[in-house]
Design a protein around this ligand. Structure first.
Ligand code: GCB
Length: 592
């Protein structure tokens, strides 16, 4: 038995869906496979044994099958299953999704099955056969199905499992809801045989007028004509592929208007390769650091940031659509932000693209969130592929200024090696953005009367970020306005989380933490803002968090009931007192 499982695991590993998915999937010719899928809930994992993916129907008088995709549960795709049925609210296990679709594969074209994300792991079966698998709940993957498609009806099955495990990322416990399901768009993409597979069109790391270009065709064939046209600049790059199907070059333009939060200029870009052409809007900006400052287009910027989870609290479900992105981003913009930390994992492309249109800088990270098994090589490989998939998807999004590699990790040689390998993976693909991680081990040094942190790993990062819950998890050791920081004084420091819990509408003592009152939360905000004046290298702040969010981590029976109440805005969309304090602070910072 062991051998069978082992060899199956090997097959699945070799079938792993491609880590680098097609660039700009929304710019392609595609058909959405969204909608209502049939679903089988398989708590005891019996579907494999029964081969439910074969979707058999009794053919003779003695045949029977103890499953059927017909006549049972139906689930919306995209969507988490937890919010679609009361029985699935806490469900952690396997659900089999199935649907029919029509295909018309044509000679000279390829068909790619693309999943925006499936949470958390999945196996994909087409017409009864395993064609791919993927692990990681927040990044896209794809499978070239050209040779597996039938003309006419096809049956697609996705076996989804969201069970938490020690070797997963995130691992066994995390402070958000463990939504399961096919949580983003599913697409069947049609491309020419030799298509523009991948391209990077981004401003040079340090030059303001040089756009660097890399294009890779899907076939390693020399001599294919490639062009990149930026109509608004009146500029075009022309090249010819080498034997690997690649071409690189650059465009120089003195007239280039750079993207910035207060002027989010985007250009129409057309990438042509052989018979294929892809269009999208791309912006160009420089981001860097100078001493303790973060520079955007050479100008120091204070990052007025906030975080949100990929969740619509009012619906108690995962966000996945353009409308969802509009809701989340508008609320963030009203607070006066110029940056969002997408917590704690890559969020959907609608959010990223819309933030870019709105002029919001993004920090995007992978869910290396506490409790990760840094000793496990397989876990490390998963983190590397999540990082690769995230960068691959969004490398042309100039709004993304920061790649985050970890949140709240404790120093150890294994942790250091793990995170170093992530930085090496990231920097091998993208050197035009800042690399950051959030730490939480800042301590008050009583002898020096200073807040300090000793984590030499921070030397490896461009920007250091700290989550510190003064007034919530940590009582103040001295008056907030006397709280001076000496943390990585030579680097830009972002306070990436601070805050405390309050129930909307609850009044209470502003001195008593356990009042869970808006008054206490408001005071905590005032105190923290006073402390921020004494952080000499402060380059930005990010309150935790925009909205109250759902989390089984939080089980106080009257104040939490499965919600983390640190939102500046309640689960019903009501703004708490602290929201106004933060908005005023950001207004002042903007006008300074
Ligand atoms: C943190 C985590 C965040 C939690 C937050 C909290 O430090 O990074 O994911 O939700 O604290 O509310 O405790």
């Amino acid at each position: 038995m062991k051998r069978i499982i082992y060899s199956l695991a090997l097959i699945v590993a070799s079938l792993s869906a491609s880590a680098a998915s097609i660039t700009n999937v929304y710019g392609r010719d595609y058909k959405l496979l969204n909608g209502r899928w049939d679903a089988i809930v398989d708590l005891y994992d019996q579907g494999d044994r029964m081969k439910v993916y074969e979707n058999r129907k009794p053919a003779t008088a003695t045949d029977f099958y103890e499953y059927s995709f017909d006549g049972g549960l139906r689930l919306e795709v995209p969507g988490d299953w937890n919010s679609q049925s009361p029985e699935l609210k806490y469900y952690e296990g396997t659900v089999w999704y199935g649907r029919h679709f029509n295909a018309e594969p044509r000679p000279g074209e390829r068909e790619i099955l693309y999943f925006g994300s499936v949470s958390y792991r999945c196996n994909i079966y087409l017409n009864g056969r395993l064609i791919g698998s993927h692990e990681g709940g927040f990044t896209p993957f794809e499978i070239d199905v050209t040779d597996d498609l039938k003309i006419g009806d096809n049956f697609l099955v996705v076996e989804v499992n969201n069970r938490r495990t020690k070797d997963a990322i995130p691992a066994l416990a995390f402070d958000w809801w463990n939504y399961g399901g096919i949580t983003r768009d599913v697409m069947l993409v049609t491309v020419p045989d030799n298509y523009v597979r991948d391209y990077t069109v981004q401003l040079d790391r340090s030059k303001a007028d040089v756009i660097n270009i890399d294009v890779t065709m899907s076939q390693p064939v020399a001599g294919v004509n490639v062009s990149v046209d930026i109509a608004g600049l009146g500029k075009r790059f022309d090249g010819v592929t080498d034997a690997e199907g690649k071409v690189s070059g650059s465009i120089k333009s003195k007239n280039l208007k750079r993207w910035a939060p207060d002027a989010p200029v985007l250009y129409d870009v057309t990438v042509t390769g052989g018979s294929d052409a892809v269009k999208e809007r791309i912006g160009f900006r420089n981001i860097g650091v100078d001493g303790t400052k973060i520079l955007i287009n050479g100008e120091p910027q204070f990052m007025r940031c906030v975080s949100f989870h990929e969740e619509i609290p009012q619906r108690m479900g995962r966000a996945f659509s353009k409308a969802d992105a509009t809701m989340l981003l508008n609320e963030a913009r009203d607070l006066g932000v110029n940056m969002i930390r997408l917590a704690h994992y890559p969020q959907n492309e609608y959010t990223v693209r819309m933030a870019e249109e709105m002029g919001i800088v993004l920090w995007q990270e992978i869910p290396v969130w506490q409790g990760i098994d840094f000793t496990d090589d397989a876990t490390r490989a998963k983190a590397q592929s999540m990082l690769t998939e995230m960068i691959q998807r969004d490398k042309n999004r100039c709004a993304v200024g920061f790649w985050g590699v970890a949140n709240e990790t404790k120093p150890s040689p294994e942790r250091d090696d793990f995170l170093k390998s992530l930085l090496a993976t990231g920097r091998a693909i993208d050197t035009t953005r800042l690399y950051v991680a959030a730490f939480d081990l800042v301590e008050f040094d009583r002898d020096r009367q200073l807040f300090t942190m000793n984590d030499p790993f921070t030397d490896n990062l461009d920007v250091v970020a700290v989550n510190k819950y003064m007034g919530w998890y940590h009582p103040w050791p001295l008056s907030p306005d006397k709280a001076v920081w000496d943390v990585n004084p030579d680097k830009p420091l972002i306070i990436s989380e601070f805050g405390g819990e309050a129930l909307f509408g609850q009044s209470g003592s502003s001195d008593v933490t356990s009042s869970w009152s808006e008054d206490y939360q408001a005071r905590l905000y005032r105190d923290n803002l006073a402390m921020f004046e004494n952080i000499p290298n402060l380059a930005g702040v990010s309150p935790w968090i925009l909205f109250d969010f759902r989390s089984p981590f939080r089980f106080h029976p009257t104040n939490q009931e499965g919600w983390n109440r640190k939102g500046l805005v309640s689960d019903r969309g009501q703004r708490k007192k602290a929201w106004y304090i933060m908005r005023d602070y950001y207004n002042k910072k903007r006008n300074r």
